[in-house]
Structure formats: structure tokens, C-alpha cells
Design a protein around this ligand. Structure first.
Ligand SMILES: *[C@@H]1O[C@H](CO)[C@@H](O)[C@H](O)[C@H]1NC(C)=O
Ligand SMILES: *[C@@H]1O[C@H](CO)[C@@H](O)[C@H](O)[C@H]1NC(C)=O
Ligand SMILES: *[C@@H]1O[C@H](CO)[C@@H](O)[C@H](O)[C@H]1NC(C)=O
Length: 705
């Protein structure tokens, strides 16, 4: 009797309120980088933004939380360095994981959140509209995301061990601004008066602690992944992936990116009207009187046109890569502040997951005024074509884009039908530009059915939302969910924290408040299910709260899933024909050698006879290493995923299949002095046999001092 009591008292002293062992926790990471050349990039949906190389690899990071006492109750959250979750990608991930672990992971408890970065590889979404600029569906991208996400999840599963969770918050004031402040101002003054900012500045973080220390975290903070501009063509992760790199490198400085056991989760939140271009939006109009002036406030124009209005990040004077680093580092610092705080609150209590499919094209509900409200079949407004100050936003329907786009040439035969009178009335006051919801040829342009999902652990509720909620839309959703939970304390008591994670699972575009919708900025023009979209979601999430109650309850029905559009998609992007080298050259031959010596802070640039990296994505590997000589042995010092290296590929003769690879290394100021060399890893395709063969190129050595 005495000994166990003493033991328990000791444990309590060591873990005052954290009850180590209350949860089983798992974390994992996987490479999801699709083809880094000759593929349209995802986010800005700009036809000319075709990738030409790699800055940092895209990763999925997986987190499993299960009750130790009853591990049936668990969730798996996959935070992926992609622009948005997608129903097709999620379907494939769920199919693989539910086959690997029958009865453990399923539609109900697997969630896929995109970091909403705009510098990743495109072509993976299953609906038609986002495929327009990528010449259709790109199977290689889709497969890379599925493979890497499943790998992350399997690693997380295999790492399940007893642990505790705690959480805290901090404000990150420099991390974002509102890019549609005129729309925000349409919200009622009394409502705005409740908040200090027109953006959510608070990061909320859940810390994962195991028996031998911290294992990672999930943080939630809203800021668009548009630090890297639309004219960048190197595949990267934007600011959330940068923050994750900075944290994982801080936790394990001697481990290559993507190989750490500590997994840092920077999850996107109510991102809709946020921008990382925190200096504001200015006219880039050389020679005109308004050059360098702030853009017009209501329409973000310069001399009446949108094209010259550009947001500027904090590193604007240097480059967008500098801005990306800075916005990433602010989030990294915020996460560190919370992780290293000693006033975190422990999470304790049930783990729950609930997921349903909802047809948002025909949803009806009773509004606060007692009237029946409905949502509409998807449609995009005129404002959507205007884009945003972060870049001429979405799918580029400006005149002239039909030429040079064979995919659009096919699709234009199916251009969206005239909206019916009912459709026009349903979306009012939004004028319809693209009547996507009544266009079903060659297949659905935008989703009608979305995934609605929520996870709970202890006092924390995570709402996985299928779209980009604006700041105020997200606040209304969180507050409504919290108010309903507090009013029904039998569900989970009254100590409740609600966070948003999105865009998750399906890309249902934007969600504004009804007042913002009335103003029809870009976000309102892209709120595809009409003016009642937000109130419908508030109603739907509210109806699901019973599923996260402490009292066990069977999960909701998984009926009504959307059709699989990935089986027979349009895909016009051509495969690799062949790689070849000019007479007298060879694959991997050094074309530009390093000069003999470099100082820290300078850049090394070398060039090789190359081959297209599409032949082998080298997932979990690298296209290059910076090697450092240590005691006569070569060791890998940097890989293609370190932010200091860049891999650029260029086709120099399309008909004959020649290409060149340029590798740059911005030598870190704290790099050890010594002898280095650069190795290039490639794979070429033989045009006769189709056989793909690996090769390496290697420079001579050079010194850094
Ligand atoms: C990319 O766009 C930004 C913003 O418009 C501009 O400042 C920069 O010069 C452009 N970079 C290149 C390489 O064209
Ligand atoms: C549960 O969490 C709350 C809030 O952090 C804390 O006050 C309480 O002591 C915890 N309870 C247990 C049993 O750990
Ligand atoms: C574990 O949880 C599941 C799902 O909530 C429930 O059906 C089952 O009865 C629980 N098992 C035990 C032993 O409590």
C-alpha cells in the first residue's frame, strides 16, 4: 500500500498536471515533392508559372493522438506542404491506411490539411477548375503526395508511445496583415470592436511530450503562403514550411531536413483574407505618377487596373526569399516562445474524431431569424478574376489565355452554361462569371460535396474546414462552436478552446461573412456556395458536436462521398521523351567548376550536363549534396532541402534532349572553414529503350574560409 502511494506521489510531483501516459502519441514526416520541372505550380494558377527546379522539398507531417486507456479513440492529422487538401488525395490516403490498419484508421479519423503554400507542384486536385493551368491532372504529383503522406502516417503509427499534451498561445504581431481591409470594415462595428486587430494574431500550439522529451507540436496561425511571388519557379514550401524547417533544425541541428525525429507542425487556420505581405500593397508602375504609392483601397488598383498592384513582404528590399524567411522565422519564434514557456496548460480528457460528407450545393437550414436558408450550386463571381494583392490570384481567365493552352482549348468547348434564374438569385449580390456548379462536362469543375470534420483532444477542438475562411468568418465559426459547447456542458465541460485548420480535405474555395460577401472583393467573389455559406457551415459543425462528447457514440455515417474523378481525368502534359548530351559531353560532366576559394556569406555556382529530374523524383533523397571534408572523409553538409541551396534545371535543346543543371549554395556565415565539393545526382532516360539510369556529377574541391 505504502510504496505505490509514494510512487504515485512522486509521479505527481514530476508531472504535476500532465499525467504522462494519458495519451499515445505518434509523429512522422514524409517527402511529397512531385516533379520539380516542366509542371505548373499550384496556388497562383498562373499558366506561365512552370517549375524549373527546387528550393526546398515539400513534406507531409503526421500526428496521431490516441487515448492510452482505449486507443480505438484516436485521430490522425496530416499537415501537408501543399496548397490545399483535396478529396481525391484524401480518398487515396484513406484507402491505403485503412488497408494497412483495418479498423484503426478510416474516413472518420484521418484529416488532411494543406499549409496553403503557393510554391509547390501542381496538378493533383481532382476537380477541373484547378487543373486548367496544369494541362489537366498530373498523376506524378498526386502519387508523390499520397506516397509521402502515407509514409509520414506509417512512421507516426510506428512511433506511438505514451505521452502528454499541453497547450498555450502567443501573439505574433508581425506575421500577417489583412489584404481586404475594406471588406473587413463591412462587418458590424460592434463585432469589430471585440477584436484588437483585423487579423487573428494569436498562435495556439499543442505540445507533444514523450517520456524522453518533446517530440513535436501542432500550431495554428493564419497567414497566406504567398511570401514567394508568382514569378518564382523553384519548388518550395513558402513560409510555413520554412518555419517547420527552422524549428526542426533548431531541435536537431545535425540532422538533414526531413529526417528529424522532432516534427514541427505549422498548420494553416482562417487564412482567407490574410497576407504575409506585411508592408502593404503598392503600385509598381514605372514612369507613372502613382508609382510606389499605395494601391487604391477598395479595389486594390493602380490607375484603374489590378495588374500593377503588388503586396510587399518584410524582406521586399532584398527579395521574396528574404520575406519568406522572415515570415517563417516569426512563426518559428512564436512556436518557440510557447514550447519553452512554463505556463502551458495540460490537455486531458477524451479523444474524438467525426467526419461527414455534405452536399453544399443544396444544403438547407433554419437561420437565426427562423427562416429557411439555402446554399447554392458553385459559381465564381467577377471579383475572383481580379485576383488579389498577393498576385493575380486564381485561375487566369483574362482574355488571351486561350492561346497556347491546349487544355483550355479542349475545355472551352464545355465553357460553363448560362446560369439559370434560380442560380443568379441564389448567388445575389454576386454577379456570376463562371457558372461552375451547372457545368459538369467533361467532369465537375468545382466540388459540390465537401468533407466536414472535427477532432477533439481533452479541452481542445480542431475544426478541419474545407476552404479558406476569412478572419471574421473563422471567428464567427469558432465562437459559435464554443458557445454551443459551453451551453451543453455534458459534451465536454465548459473549459473549451477551439481552433481552425484549413484548407482541409476538400478545396471548397473561400468562405466570407455575409457582410463581406456583399462587398465582393476577391474572397467574396470566390465564396462559391453563395451568401449563406458561412451560416451553413456554422449550422453543420454545430450539429456535429454530439459526436465529440465524452459519452461514447457510434461515428457518423460516411454516406454521400463524391465520385472519384481521378480514374479517368484529362491529362495533356507530355511525358519525358529522352535525355541526351552533346558530342564530347557526358551526363554529370562539370560545365562550370567552382573557383578555388570562397568566403562565408558568398555564393558558389556550378553547372553540370544534366537530365530531367522528372525521370526520378528521388523522394526522401536529394538531387544534390554539398560535401565537406572532415578528417580526410567526405561528409554530407547540405542537401537539396536546405534553404541555402538551389537546384535549377534548364532544357538547352528540346529536340535532342540536352539539359543543364545549375546548383547554387549561399554559404552560411557559420559554415565551418574547410574543404568542400558539390555532387549532383541525376537520372537520364534512354530514348531508344526507355530505360532510366542513375548517374552522378561531382566538382573538384574548393575551400571556404
Ligand atoms: C518578381 O515579382 C516581384 C514583385 O512584382 C518583383 O519585385 C521582382 O523583381 C520579380 N522578379 C523577377 C525575377 O522578375
Ligand atoms: C486537466 O487540465 C487542466 C487544465 O490544464 C488542469 O487544471 C487539471 O489539473 C488537469 N487535470 C488532470 C487530472 O491532469
Ligand atoms: C473504446 O471506445 C470505443 C469507441 O468509442 C467504444 O466503442 C468501446 O466500447 C470502448 N472500449 C472500452 C473498453 O471502453
Amino acid at each position: 500500500m505504502f510504496l505505490p502511494a509514494l510512487y504515485a506521489a512522486t509521479l505527481l510531483a514530476l508531472y504535476p498536471s500532465s499525467a504522462l501516459g494519458q495519451y499515445l502519441l505518434g509523429v512522422g514526416i514524409g517527402d511529397v515533392t512531385g516533379p520539380v520541372t516542366e509542371t505548373n505550380m499550384m496556388g497562383y494558377a498562373d499558366l506561365s508559372q512552370t517549375d524549373t527546379g527546387l528550393h526546398m522539398r515539400q513534406r507531409s507531417r503526421a500526428y496521431i493522438v490516441a487515448e492510452a486507456a482505449n486507443a480505438t479513440n484516436r485521430f490522425l492529422l496530416i499537415n501537408s506542404d501543399i496548397a490545399m487538401g483535396d478529396s481525391g488525395v484524401r480518398r487515396a490516403i484513406v484507402a491505403k491506411l485503412s488497408a494497412l490498419y483495418p479498423g484503426v484508421y478510416d474516413d472518420n479519423n484521418i484529416g488532411l490539411v494543406g499549409t496553403h503554400q503557393h510554391a509547390g507542384v501542381g496538378g493533383y486536385l481532382e476537380n477541373l477548375l484547378p487543373q486548367l493551368t496544369s494541362l489537366g491532372f498530373v498523376r506524378e504529383t498526386f502519387d508523390a503526395i499520397v506516397t509521402g503522406s502515407v509514409k509520414a502516417a506509417v512512421d507516426a503509427h510506428n512511433s506511438l508511445a505514451a505521452g502528454s499534451l499541453s497547450f498555450g498561445t502567443t501573439d505574433i504581431l508581425q506575421g500577417n496583415i489583412n489584404r481586404s481591409p475594406s471588406a473587413y470594415l463591412a462587418n458590424p462595428a460592434e463585432e469589430r470592436a471585440k477584436y484588437a486587430y483585423d487579423q487573428d494574431k494569436t498562435m495556439t500550439l499543442i505540445k507533444f511530450t514523450g517520456s524522453s522529451g518533446d517530440r513535436g507540436f501542432l500550431s495554428f496561425f493564419p497567414v497566406h503562403g504567398t511570401s514567394l511571388y508568382q514569378n518564382n519557379t523553384l519548388v518550395s514550401t513558402d513560409n510555413k514550411g520554412m518555419a517547420a524547417y527552422l524549428y526542426e533544425n533548431y531541435a536537431e541541428p545535425n540532422t538533414a531536413p526531413g529526417k528529424t525525429s522532432f516534427v514541427a507542425g505549422f498548420v494553416q487556420a482562417n487564412v482567407g483574407d490574410t497576407s504575409p505581405n506585411t508592408l502593404g500593397a503598392f503600385c509598381q508602375s514605372p514612369g507613372k505618377p502613382y508609382d510606389g504609392q499605395p494601391c487604391e483601397f477598395y479595389q486594390s488598383t493602380c490607375g484603374g487596373v489590378t495588374q500593377e498592384c503588388h503586396g510587399r513582404g518584410p524582406g521586399f528590399r532584398v527579395s521574396d526569399f528574404e520575406s519568406n524567411y522572415l515570415i517563417g522565422s516569426y512563426q518559428f519564434e512564436g512556436a518557440k516562445t510557447i514550447m519553452e514557456s512554463n505556463s502551458l496548460k495540460s490537455l486531458n480528457g477524451s479523444v474524438r474524431a467525426a467526419h461527414i460528407y455534405v452536399d453544399m450545393s443544396t444544403y438547407t437550414f433554419k437561420g437565426a431569424d427562423g427562416q429557411t436558408k439555402r446554399t447554392c450550386k458553385p459559381a465564381m463571381g467577377y471579383a475572383f478574376a481580379g485576383g488579389t494583392t498577393d498576385g493575380p490570384g486564381a485561375f487566369d481567365f483574362k482574355q488571351g489565355t486561350t492561346s497556347g493552352n491546349p487544355f483550355w482549348d479542349i475545355v472551352k468547348g464545355f465553357v460553363t452554361p448560362q446560369p439559370s434564374a434560380d442560380q443568379v438569385a441564389c448567388h445575389a449580390p454576386k454577379p456570376i462569371l463562371l457558372n461552375t456548379g451547372e457545368a459538369t462536362q467533361p467532369y465537375d469543375w468545382q466540388p459540390k460535396i465537401v468533407n466536414v470534420q472535427l477532432f477533439r483532444v481533452g479541452q481542445m477542438v480542431i475544426l478541419l474546414v474545407p476552404g479558406e475562411f476569412t478572419t471574421m468568418a473563422g471567428r464567427r465559426l469558432r465562437e459559435a462552436v464554443k458557445a454551443k459547447l459551453v451551453a451543453n456542458p455534458s459534451i465536454m465541460g465548459t473549459d473549451v478552446t477551439v481552433v481552425i485548420a484549413g484548407p482541409s480535405n476538400t478545396y471548397g474555395h473561400y468562405v466570407t461573412t455575409k457582410e463581406e460577401y456583399g462587398v465582393q472583393r476577391y474572397e467574396g467573389g470566390s465564396t462559391i456556395y453563395g451568401p449563406n455559406t458561412l451560416d451553413a457551415y456554422i449550422n453543420i459543425y454545430g450539429d456535429m458536436l454530439g459526436y465529440i462528447s465524452d459519452a461514447p457514440r457510434a461515428p457518423p455515417s460516411q454516406a454521400g462521398a463524391p465520385p472519384d474523378l481521378t480514374k479517368n481525368p484529362l491529362s495533356l502534359r507530355t511525358g519525358v521523351v529522352l535525355d541526351n548530351v552533346p558530342i564530347g559531353s557526358s551526363f554529370g560532366k562539370v560545365l562550370t567548376a567552382p573557383s578555388g576559394s570562397y568566403s562565408k556569406g558568398s555564393t558558389v555556382t556550378v553547372k553540370f550536363q544534366g537530365a530531367t529530374p522528372r525521370n526520378n523524383l528521388r523522394l526522401e533523397e536529394t538531387f544534390l549534396t554539398i560535401d565537406r571534408q572532415v578528417n580526410g572523409q567526405w561528409q554530407t553538409y547540405r542537401t537539396d532541402s536546405h534553404p541555402s541551396t538551389k537546384y535549377n534545371w534548364k532544357r538547352t535543346n528540346g529536340a535532342l534532349g540536352y539539359s543543364e543543371v545549375t546548383i547554387t549554395w549561399d554559404i552560411e556565415r557559420d559554415a565551418p572553414s574547410g574543404t568542400y565539393r558539390i555532387t549532383y545526382y541525376g537520372d537520364y532516360k534512354n530514348g531508344w529503350t526507355g530505360k532510366i539510369s542513375a548517374f552522378t556529377g561531382q566538382t573538384g574541391s574548393f575551400t571556404v574560409s
